[in-house]
Design a protein around this ligand. Structure first.
Ligand SMILES: N[C@@H](CCC(=O)N[C@@H](CS)C(=O)NCC(=O)O)C(=O)O
Length: 222
């Protein structure tokens, strides 16, 4: 990798966090430029084909899509986070995809105004977390002792529950002891802690208030 990369970001975006975590794991110093997604600057729309963050600018080139960005980082900076074995690596890429699908359920939890849709998202999430639990071994991280890109993908998903847990217990970790342990280990990891701004939790609470969805009603029920 040539030159200091710039990560075009949005303060609450879990996909941005993936890239920030992987950059930190590789000790790559980078500049972070936050944009307002409700008022996207023209320069950003020119470089981001889907109008989404993260975008990584590096060596005069522009990359978009978090999976493509973290794969590029893994191929150009050490330590390698993906497993060496091609079959295991392919499996890890598949679990990254599960992580993205989980983010979509979490987005529904954050924003929906429909109780049935909310309940379905929580149920879907529980089902997916149970599948992940079955993949976990005894180590601290997804694949044991080493931190991998799958860890960088799941850490931002678990982080939402640091705020959701203060609203109500949604039970998504019930009966999943390995997942609970994994979540705790990821929360301690410096790269994960530093991937968000210091007042991230307050910003997320304000975002939930602004959306005014069903999730806030759970405060009353709890
Ligand atoms: N598949 C994309 C998803 C990125 C994404 O959804 N970013 C959101 C913020 S978390 C975004 O930029 N949304 C703006 C929009 O859709 O207009 C990735 O992995 O990078």
């Amino acid at each position: 990798m040539t030159g200091k990369p710039t990560l075009i970001s949005f303060d609450l975006c879990p996909y941005v966090q993936r890239a920030a975590i992987v950059l930190a794991e590789k000790n790559v110093t980078f500049e972070r430029v936050d944009i307002d997604l409700e008022n996207k600057p023209d320069w950003f729309l020119k470089i981001s084909p889907l109008g989404k963050v993260p975008v990584l600018q590096v060596g005069g080139e522009t990359l978009f899509e978090s999976a493509a960005i973290v794969e590029y980082l893994d191929e150009t900076a050490t330590p390698q986070l993906h497993p060496q074995d091609p079959l295991t690596r392919a499996r890890h890429r598949a679990w990254m995809e599960v992580g993205s699908s989980i983010l979509s359920d979490i987005w529904t939890m954050e924003t929906t105004h429909d109780r049935t849709v909310f309940g379905n998202a929580v149920a879907a999430l529980k089902g997916k977390f149970a599948r992940v639990e079955a993949e976990l071994g005894e180590g601290l991280y997804f694949a044991g002792a080493s931190f991998t890109i799958v860890d960088a993908v799941f850490a931002p998903a678990f982080r939402y529950f640091d705020v959701f847990d203060t609203i109500a217990d949604f039970g998504v970790f019930d009966g999943l002891p390995k997942l609970v342990k994994w979540r705790a280990a990821l929360a301690e990891r410096p790269s994960v802690r530093e991937a968000v701004i210091f007042d991230y939790e307050d910003r997320l609470r304000r975002f939930l208030e602004k959306k005014g969805g069903v999730i806030l009603d759970k405060r009353l029920a709890a």
